[in-house]
Design a protein around this ligand. Structure first.
Ligand code: UDP
Ligand code: MG
Length: 160
């Protein structure tokens, strides 16, 4: 009975979460980190970073043809961002739910964007949209040695 599906549900994933420059400027870094911490995911990478243009463009390369691409890049370069790597079973899809819809006015109350933002162009946070992109983006934003593998003391209290 679909054993491959059950196995994939148990797969530990990684996601790249980033507090965008508006989130940093508005003092929302602690609030945003806290939501992922309290949920029960494991932080494996964290840094404040003023990103170079080529990195921002590479990160959003799938959106290169969109009319909003130049403004998006200026937004991401407009101040430091907080780069994070988070790990856990189901973390990619769950983080997207915690973040909420791209347009903060459509995002449900209780989500980060639903609670803390009002416009798509200032939606305070990024989260990877697939496990593959999670790995790709963490490799893009973090150097060798910046991501930390550790065992959380909470692990047996979070998963049976
Ligand atoms: N964005 C925008 N205008 C749009 C769509 C997207 O400025 O019409 C920006 C917004 O900051 C968004 C980012 O581009 O978070 C990436 O877009 P995507 O569709 O991947 O949304 P996300 O995955 O961040 O929800
Ligand atoms: Mg996206």
């Amino acid at each position: 009975f679909l054993p491959h599906l059950v196995a994939s549900l148990e797969q530990v994933e990684e996601t790249y979460i980033m507090v965008k420059p508006d989130g940093v400027q508005r003092g929302l870094v602690g609030e945003i980190i806290s939501r992922f911490e309290k949920k029960g995911f494991k932080l494996t990478g964290l840094k404040l970073f003023q990103c170079p243009r080529d990195l921002a463009e590479e990160h959003y390369k799938d959106l290169k043809s969109k009319s909003f691409f130049p403004k998006l890049i200026e937004y991401i370069l407009s101040g430091p961002v907080v780069c994070m790597a988070w790990e856990g079973v189901g973390v990619v899809a769950s983080a997207r739910k915690l973040i909420g819809s791209t347009d903060p006015l459509q995002a449900e109350p209780g989500t980060i964007r639903g609670d803390l933002a009002v416009q798509t162009g200032r939606n305070v946070v990024h989260g990877s949209d697939s496990p593959e992109n999670g790995k790709r983006e963490i490799a893009l934003w973090f150097k060798e040695g910046e991501v930390c593998q550790w065992t959380s003391a909470q692990a047996p209290w979070l998963r049976e």
